[in-house]
Design a protein around this ligand. Structure first.
Ligand SMILES: C[S@@+](CC[C@H](N)C(=O)[O-])C[C@H]1O[C@@H](n2cnc3c(N)ncnc32)[C@H](O)[C@@H]1O
Length: 256
């Protein structure tokens, strides 16, 4: 599939559905409530720091850092509707951020060797050029600058609840592999009456692309929050799955 077609489809989806996602995949959660900054403390003290949010969406993660006294906030997103929401939301809170409407893959008018942190909460997986995007992110960061991102865990795409009608299987809550972990090809997915195009990259693809872009991984998180792990009784299928495998993963890397 051609990158232009993927970007066009995904941009149309986000412009049409921005309001549905207002504040839903933002810090302090790393996209889903199973992983949160309240537990992980990956950022540390951001006061006085310069931060760039890749795929900033409705601006809620930017507001999270503004509340913690970040000195400068920038955001990039492909969807003008998301950025309109972000701009209005931040202004209402008395904050400003420099917002750029563009695919993250493009050459952008963003200063080089400038940011203390670049981060992306459930955004990076949308890129059509992982290696190029990581290289650009490295160029925006100062030496020793921190890159933090979260995304769907690739195992989560490969494993589903068994649809078997056998009562014993349903009662045993069996999860089955329904696609290959190695399959990184693009697929179309119907969502909210519209469509998105994504691919499912292996963990090693992310790690190797980071290494090639000049990052060292300081921490990788594959876990589910304690509350979900300890939950008993009736819980959602998603929470049941989260007790058996990571739904999301998070990486903290440093630019060398
Ligand atoms: C799940 S949302 C992230 C929301 C964000 N973390 C927040 O704090 O609100 C994903 C975002 O990625 C954006 N996006 C998708 N593909 C993109 C691309 N190629 N370049 C830049 N942004 C993209 C979408 O417009 C959407 O706002």
């Amino acid at each position: 599939m051609e990158p232009d077609e993927i970007l066009k489809t995904n941009k149309a989806y986000w412009n049409a559905n921005a309001d549905l996602w207002f504040g839903t995949t933002a810090l302090p959660t790393y996209g889903v409530h199973f992983l949160t900054e309240n537990d992980l403390h990956l950022f540390g003290d951001v006061s006085g720091k310069k931060l760039l949010d890749i795929c900033c969406g409705s601006g809620h993660s930017l507001k999270y850092h503004a509340d913690r006294h970040a000195a400068e906030l920038w955001g990039v997103d492909i969807s003008h509707k998301q950025l309109e929401n972000a701009d209005a939301y931040l202004k209402k809170q008395g904050y400003t951020a420099k917002l750029i409407c563009s695919p993250m893959e493009a050459e952008l008018d963003i200063p080089k060797n400038y940011f203390d942190y670049v981060y992306s909460i459930y955004g990076i997986g949308w890129t059509t050029d992982l290696q190029g995007t990581f290289q650009k992110i490295a160029s925006y960061l100062k030496k020793d600058g921190i890159f933090i991102f979260s995304w769907h865990h690739p195992l989560n795409y490969c494993v589903a609840w068994s649809c078997s009608q056998r009562k014993d299987i349903i009662e045993n809550d069996n999860l089955i592999f329904n696609r290959s972990y190695f399959d990184e090809s693009y697929f179309r997915m119907p969502v909210d009456g519209s469509e998105i195009i994504l691919c499912n990259r292996k963990i090693s693809t992310y790690i190797n692309a980071l290494a090639q872009a000049g990052f060292v991984v300081e921490q990788m998180v594959e876990q589910t929050d304690k509350e979900t792990m300890e939950a008993t009784g009736v819980i959602s299928d998603k929470a049941k799955k989260a007790k058996m495998l990571p739904i999301s993963f998070c990486i903290k890397a440093r630019k060398l």
